[in-house]
Design a protein around this ligand. Sequence first.
Ligand code: SF4
Length: 746
Amino acid sequence: MVWDSFREDIHVYSQGGVDRWVYSTCNFCSNGCGCYIAVKDNKIVGIKGNINCPVNAGRLGPKGECQWESNNSLDRLTSPLIRNKAGTLVPASWDNALNLIISKTHHQLREGGPDSLGFYGSGQSMLEDYYTLGKISRAGLGTHRTDANTRLCTATAEWALIQSFGADGPPVGEEDIDQAQVLIFIGRNSNETNTVLWERALKSRERNHGRIIEIDPRNDLSTRFADLDIRPKSGTNIAVLNGIIHLLIKNSWLDISYINNYTIGFNELEMAVRTYTPEYVEVISGVPVWKLLQAAEWIGTASTVVSILLQGVYQTMDATPAASLVNSIHLITGKIGKPGCGPFQSAGQPSAMSNREVGFASFYPGYRNSDNPYHLQEIANLWNVDVATLPVGAHTHIMEMVDLMAKGKMGLLWVIFTNPVVSLPNRNKFVEILKRRKVFLIVQDPFLSETAQFSDVVLPTAMWGEKEGTMTNLSRRVNLLRKAVQAPFGLPSDLDILIEFSRRMGFKDKDGAPLIQYTTPEECFNEWREVSRGRPCDMSGMSYKKIEDMGGIQWPCNETFPNGKIRLYEDGHFPTGIDEAESYGTNIITGRPRTRREFAQLDANGRAILYGVEWSPPPELPDHEYPFYLNTGRIVYHWHTRTKTARSPLLHMAAPQGYVEVHPDDAARLHISTGDKVRVSSRRGSIIVPARITDTVLPAMLFIPFHFGSIAQNQAANELTVDVWDQVSKQPMFKMGACKLDKFHQ
Ligand code: SF4
């Protein structure tokens, strides 16, 4: 156990004690805290932290402690719903609902072909669900229209890792946080998003007499705890990171031997940062010269540095270039692949990593390149299907699917365990498509979410604690979620529904056997283990029992590393060989995919890739009409669109409604006080929310939590956001946009 001591956080409501505790993992954030579920009379009645889990040593945050409450929510759906001719959702039998889906799917395949239908999944499902979805959609339906809400969340982490190192997979483990002298949080308010990780970082600083650098425009709790707070204007991350690299080079805080032996592209990087003097960076970003000098000195002279990124980098227009610069800082200083060093390009959701590993909203399973004919043949062999039936090339990201639906080129969308009506940028564009009822919408969700209210069929499902499976956390640690109780009303799991769909569709392999031959999550995991063998995310050495016994295992886990591996790239070898890489990569700015030939010409061949990138202003800046920067984000009490957290009385009471943060100078000028109703408007729409006057935001910046999305309440941040995205990762720009503010008079 690396933490100094454990603390068993516990939250139980039970009259007469607990019958049993069942092994599980928190299903809210990417930290993946180990836990046990309390069961009384076949009902979930509480939770406690797992003191033997290396991730959390028994700790749980507020969301984790309260997550079980939504299982017992009285408004859970009890049976499928089908929209009748009068336009009303009415209860239906499982047979009727599934038959309708099968007939609509066949109709759509006949009328529009495989690319006229698509799936939109989640970052909170199980690895086994994603694997099955990927197999059904590609080898069954032959469609590449598969994406997930991970696109909105941390697609950039995946792409930054691919672009720099050749394949996905954060190179560090939680233990590296414990050993780092300098921790850099970039665009990440961990005190709100991953509270247990934040506690671990504070403990590390105390133990190591270390330092925390926060790079974030908001002055929130984590910034106030930092030893150095850098508050750049929105959209200026690249200038700040280039400025730090400029100073590292100028002061020779470099590992020349590492650069020469293990990287390519240093000259390009050096040329690009040449003009980013601290003075120039201050002009662009507003960051004082002394702060940039201090940050560079701490990073350059410390022997161990871990950087931890999230949405402040990932949800911007220049997301992948900026995230790649963080990788470059570690590469040119040689602070990667050794204890206490490396970039934590992290996931946000509990199973976003699983989604990427098994290739649902990403490449082919096992980080196989969907443009590489050898990788496609491998998958075809593993699945026993004809390689010619597998879609080649990039899959379709969700914003592209929205455009295709708007143009009438997609007629069926199956949404699983997510709520795009609240979470997509410029959500009205999507809502208008749904209102036209030209797209047959299937929603799989335990609750009648804002998206489910627009659907043609709703399939209610088992929740956390009522089904089994695995998830990979932000440090590549695979953990298990055991089934603690039977789902109420006999509700099936997501996996049950997908297997039944495949059976009813008659999907077969080359020999006429069912495409999906497993019937349980564990059998599915065992198939996946073999598919992962030999790839970077090798899980061939894992089993459900071993995962439970060890409290989670970090991949790769195979014959060479039977107990997993804390960190990657300790030998300086990166998976950039042409038939090793997950992708041939893209132009770092335009996103144009490299051809196989272009990738070969790079000659990275085992070395990491450095990129030189220039800062350019974001596409939408404040102006005379819309004078405020719009920033959106997360708060500690809610998860995503509150489908579960709003059903926890404690979490709901702590944060019952949306609001906007306004700087005191702006509030005084506009005569706004805390609690006043204000209207926030952008070129996309407007919302009415109460104001909070606080210096957490910079002057001329507004911050709105994105969780609150009821159509009736009109508090959704995504009424305002811009639907443009980073050209490499296709992750939307939730953190930047222009808006205006005025006091609302009824
Ligand atoms: S930090 Fe994340 S995984 Fe841990 S208890 Fe909180 S929400 Fe759950």
